[in-house]
Design a protein around this ligand. Structure first.
Ligand SMILES: [Zn+2]
Length: 267
């Protein structure tokens, strides 16, 4: 065992020095990974150029069903190194939710236009690649007292029909509970009444890392507004497709949906 750890330490030592890059986060499905390198380094993750802060921080992540290895290409002043890592598989829960109004499980055709418009607004906000470096800091919980009633990745069966998996964490608390920003951000979406998500906020933390709140009762921020970690941004509700009052939070790396439990140390 001792030898094993020695090898690991030697490996890490070489790994760091040889490649000039460090990672915080587990290489598994749904993970957010914080990277650190030298500021003048260029990094590609799965062939996508990632933005690097002037201190050398960068961010990326893996989706719920990610299967193939991740390939990280490091270009240090023309010296190219490639890291390929396996992504660990996770087991997800099955969650049954009954008693949802039918129109919320299978939306009637007259709301398709509205749903499409909502999706475009959400998609646009999530595609922003801003230079903010807030994502490298410690996130805080959005509510003080809560019960977790939904987790990332769970397969949902709504009124007996298998549906898309759940990508957020549900915090159950009384309606009207103040809700806080988990991290400094610029608000890139603030809507009172989206079809599925109800009162919805998107926070841009930089480099494509965003968080999203849904089902809010009141939204008290505006697009373009800057918020600090801990600022009250509205109140918890049950708007949109919700069976009861709860705050559903999401963490994204652009269009990739990540598990917020990682940054909130809930896991
Ligand atoms: Zn939810």
């Amino acid at each position: 065992m001792k030898l094993f750890f020695k090898i690991i330490i030697i490996y890490l030592f070489f790994f760091k020095n040889l490649l000039g890059v460090e990672f915080i986060g587990k290489f598994e499905q749904g993970s957010f990974i914080l990277g650190k390198t030298k500021p003048d380094t260029k990094i590609k993750v799965d062939d996508k150029n990632v933005r690097i802060t002037k201190e050398g921080y960068f961010a990326f992540g893996f989706g719920r069903d990610r299967k193939n290895n991740v390939v990280i290409k490091i270009n240090e002043n023309g010296k190219i190194k490639i890291i390929e890592k396996k992504i660990l598989k996770r087991d997800y829960k099955i969650q049954r939710i009954d008693g949802l109004p039918k129109k919320l499980v299978t939306p009637p055709p007259e709301v398709y236009k509205r749903i499409k418009k909502d999706n475009i607004l959400i998609g646009n906000a999530r595609s922003i690649d801003s230079p903010y470096d807030y994502f490298k800091n410690k996130f805080i919980l959005p509510v003080d007292k809560y019960l977790i009633t939904g987790v990332y990745g769970s397969q949902r069966i709504l009124n007996g029909k298998p549906r898309r998996p759940h990508y957020g964490i549900d915090f159950h608390a009384p309606e009207g509970t103040p809700v806080k920003a988990m991290m400094d951000a610029e608000i890139t979406l603030a809507e009172n009444d989206m079809y599925f998500t109800g009162g919805t906020i998107i926070f841009d933390h930089g480099h494509g890392i965003s968080t999203l709140y849904m089902h809010m009762k009141d939204v008290s921020v505006k697009v373009g507004q800057k918020v600090k970690r801990g600022d009250i941004v509205g109140t918890l509700g049950k708007s949109g497709r919700a069976t009861g009052p709860h705050l559903d939070i999401r963490l994204n790396w652009f269009d990739v949906k990540l598990d917020p439990a990682g940054v909130l140390k809930l896991k």
